[in-house]
Design a protein around this ligand. Sequence first.
Ligand SMILES: [Fe+2]
Length: 330
Amino acid sequence: MLWNTYVKRENVTGRANVDDTPALEAYYRELEQRELGALWNVANEIEPWYPQPKSVPMLWKWRDVQPMVRKAAELVTAEKAARRVVMLVNPGRKEWSAAAGLLYTGVQIMNPGEFTSAHRHHASALRFVMEGKGAYTVVDGERLALGARDFVLTPGLTWHDHGVEADGTQCIWQDGLDIPMMNALDANSFEVHKDTVQTPAPLSRENWKKPYSPVFLYKWDESVKSLRKNGFFEYLNPLTGGSVMPTMGAQLELISSEGKFKRHTGSVIYQVASGHGWSEIGDQRFEWEEKDIFAIPSWAKYRHGASSEAVLFSFNDFPAMRALALYREE
Ligand SMILES: [Fe+2]
């Protein structure tokens, strides 16, 4: 078993291997009373031989998620909820509201004419539209119209609000954020805009020095055209050729056969953009179809397969891992 295993005592030179005695147990209680602790009781856990995420591989079937998302639209107003989202919570990362590792994901639903008020946060966000007509988002004043499977960014500290046109249809999208990472680093913040919604205005890209892509919206048709040409598509910052945001990257993959096993540090959250197939993650096999969402924890061995063409959207924390010189793969 790869996940959540640790041995308090290991009979290996260099590893903690202390037997409990009545004297030691009394000593541990004394330490605890003083907000102190014995490293040797946790050393083997907090210094694992290899990455041992608390997250487990997960698959959320759309047929299970969808009714719960639609119910949210009946039970709470978008205004009161501020963001009416059903989160996908990894059982191993509940305290972090993470879907895997340090990544958060949720599914947001908006009725025609509804909007969220303008705000910003240090956490970076991305959005993959699942369905509906008339959705829009306003990022630092720039208004962007969103269609199904479009990909849009709201990088950290950009003002954003979003909604659905009154003559649109109920819209659903997947949000991906680095909230758990920002909180793990004790670096998150939240601000409310002085106006309920921003007044749209053109946004200048001159002398762009910001640490994220000047392109906020990546349309599905163009992205998938490039995917078909190259078999792979990464959403990129056109100025740097690097990831769209400093902490998170995103991509599309074309799956039409069984791939090779791989593993890497960093977590990945997938959404099935089209088709059906399967993924083997660790010792589990998951069958997926359109709009299903699944999560791959860091260092889990995995591969995808499909008997006919499928397209997988995913986002990851690789840019953060690389920036910290922690990314490795095999
Ligand atoms: Fe936000």
